[in-house]
Design a protein around this ligand. Sequence first.
Ligand code: NAI
Length: 511
Amino acid sequence: MNVQTLKEAPVLVIGAGIMGAGIAQVAAQAGHRVRLFDAREGAAAQAKAKLAQLFDGLVTKGKLSADAAQTILALIEPITALDAARDSQLALEAIVEDLEAKRALFRQLEAVVAADCVLATNTSSISVTAIANGLAHPGRLVGMHFFNPVPLMKLVEVVSGLHTEPTVAEAIYELSKLWGKQPVHARSTPGFIVNRIARPYYAEALALLQEQAARPEVLDACLRGAGFRMGPCELMDLIGHDTNFAVTQSVYAANFYDKRYVPSLVQRELVDGGLLGRKSGRGFYRYPDGAPALPATVHDAPAAPRAIAVHGDDTVADRLAAAVEQRPQLGGRNATRERASGWTGLAIDAARLVLTDGRCAHELAAALGVRDVAVFDRPLTATNGAALAYALADGAREAWRTQAPAWLAALGFAPQRVADTPGLIVARTVAMLINEAADAVQQGVCTTDGADAAMKLGVNYPAGPFEWLAQWSAGGVIALLDALDEHYRGERYRASPWLVRARASVRIGER
Ligand code: NAI
């Protein structure tokens, strides 16, 4: 098996729903003759008619030529019996997400197509190994997991189960490229790459909401401030809480109820109450209005300090040093640098503005022996005016309670006060995304490059987990996870063995 066999061969798409119709379009655009079949009478023809309508709109707007539209549509043939597609070299299913239905379909297909026809499943959550079980030629079955909307989303996860022949996976990988996609190899494990690594993006927000650390609009603003296109709450409202909760539950159950993936009571309550998000008019927010705007707070310039020092030896400390230096009114010209103090941030007279390392502000106050402490979230972007979470130590004096946000505002952020919670919002979320990606790599699900590409292309993350790690450090991520672990006591925040090894190799490299 190789891609040459598939290149111009007829393709059979089974299931003419959202995904099947999109896959048929993409295959036809790549020049394949496509047969489209659906168990529901008339569904395949309807899908083609809908595509024709969509193309009409594109032609009118001048985004597609009438000839091209005609050529693509002519390649798509709705069929009413699978027999009409005997000569297919690739049969790709996008039917209902049900193991028995998919198995039955592939058994039926084996009686129709040739023994060398590749069988592909677009399942987003079922084991590819399990689907192949019982087939006469299970080695030719592979996952070809597209993302919605198929014509726009570049990622395809090429999922290999235990039976899948490497040559079949490779041929589908190459074919995906010919279809204009960016494929990534994945091993069949719960959630594959994207749906697995993305869990903490939702889970950490839900955990913060459950302990009332911040309001949904603050969580969303801070994660948008870190470069994510949508915050977790608005995104869950968009996906639908029923769908998002179902995926979380399936990943949780498939991992034998590993506490790391435990679903949230907050989300369950929304689902039980029919507050499913946009589609039901209300989720975290009410629609059509959506998230309420954050109050625009104006902060006075902070009082000029008598002494200021930039602490830390990492990229954030460098950024702080540059920001302070550019602001002579903050005493920046006289700022000193302390690289070995074990924390990153600013010492402003007797007060401390500290980058989160996982410790809460009150713990840092005790460790540093200082009353006026504020801890701030990890800034991921250089965007001016980006929302950034901070928390104050319980014992902080009144003056510092206004000075701390004034300093963050002067440094270019829109400070958002949240509860004194370990790892705040962005650092905690990103550490968990990195940790999940590290475990996926450790378990052979994907490579580091594959994880980065998948998260950027499958869910539009502003960077991949290993790109964030390169800006941070394995030791720093583990320290933050350990602090979360100590605070919450459970298995959820255990550090990946991959990260532990990465930290050790950095240490060896430093010797
Ligand atoms: P859908 O409900 O829009 O379409 C499914 C279609 O399959 C329907 O038209 C239905 O009549 C047909 N069908 C059901 N059983 C059939 C059978 N035994 N034989 C032939 N046709 C049958 O569903 P959607 O969203 O297109 O999903 C399809 C598959 O793609 C599922 O496995 C889903 O998990 C997966 N997927 C869905 C994504 C999404 O965002 N909707 C993303 C990635 C994968």
